[in-house]
Design a protein around this ligand. Structure first.
Ligand code: GRF
Length: 193
């Protein structure tokens, strides 16, 4: 069985979309894959409850309990590697990872970013798209490399920016698309493995 480990920091709606797709599309039978664990860097992340309710193993590696990025990443790697993952999926995981961590999972780690990369890497993507007067916004699934929000683009979805949009309304419109493209991109990767 190919194990998927999903990393979250908060709500985990992308994680939930992947869990739902895995169930509805019978990934275990069709792809020989399953979501083996959900790991959060925040003890209170809502997504942990969602994962537990779906019967998925969860773990917390609290970044506040670590003095350096290196020790945090080492602890995180240990929690992830306990599940021998074929694929590590970052889904709203709000920590910058060390190059050593990224190298350890090279070729089997992906992220979703709420902009049409290479536009707007980093934070506050929706407000920045509004400030620039963009007519389109969107989300990108990409491979993770040592450079933040770079790496091969695997999937994208675009949405219109509407005249009355705020960062919140735009984020919500983009998020509905994230929930479509992320499970699809993950399934495609697993198919190729
Ligand atoms: C998503 O917009 C994702 O692209 C970004 O953070 C948000 C996380 O949402 N990195 P959720 O935790 O998946 O609900």
């Amino acid at each position: 069985m190919k194990n998927i480990v999903i990393l979250i920091s908060g709500t985990g709606s992308n994680m939930a979309a992947i869990v739902r797709a895995a169930e509805q599309q019978r990934w275990a039978e069709r792809l020989g894959a399953r979501v083996a664990a959900v790991v959060s860097n925040r003890p209170g992340a809502r997504g942990l409850d969602t994962a537990q309710a779906a019967g998925i193993a969860t773990a917390v590696v609290d970044h506040k309990a670590h003095a350096s990025r290196d020790t945090f990443d080492a602890a995180l790697m240990q929690a992830i590697d306990a599940h021998q993952p074929a694929l590590v999926v970052l889904a709203g995981f709000m920590r910058i990872l060390t190059p050593g961590f990224v190298a350890h999972y090279e070729g089997r780690i992906v992220n979703i970013h709420p902009s049409l990369l290479p536009a707007f890497p980093g934070l506050h993507t929706h407000q920045r798209a509004l400030d620039e007067g963009c007519k389109l916004a969107g989300a990108t699934v990409h491979r993770v490399t040592a450079e933040l929000d770079h790496g091969e683009i695997l999937a994208q979805a675009a949405v219109p920016v509407l005249p009355d949009d705020t960062a919140d309304t735009l984020a919500a419109r983009v998020l509905t698309q994230e929930h479509l493209i992320y499970p699809r991109a993950v399934a495609e990767l697993l198919q190729k493995q």
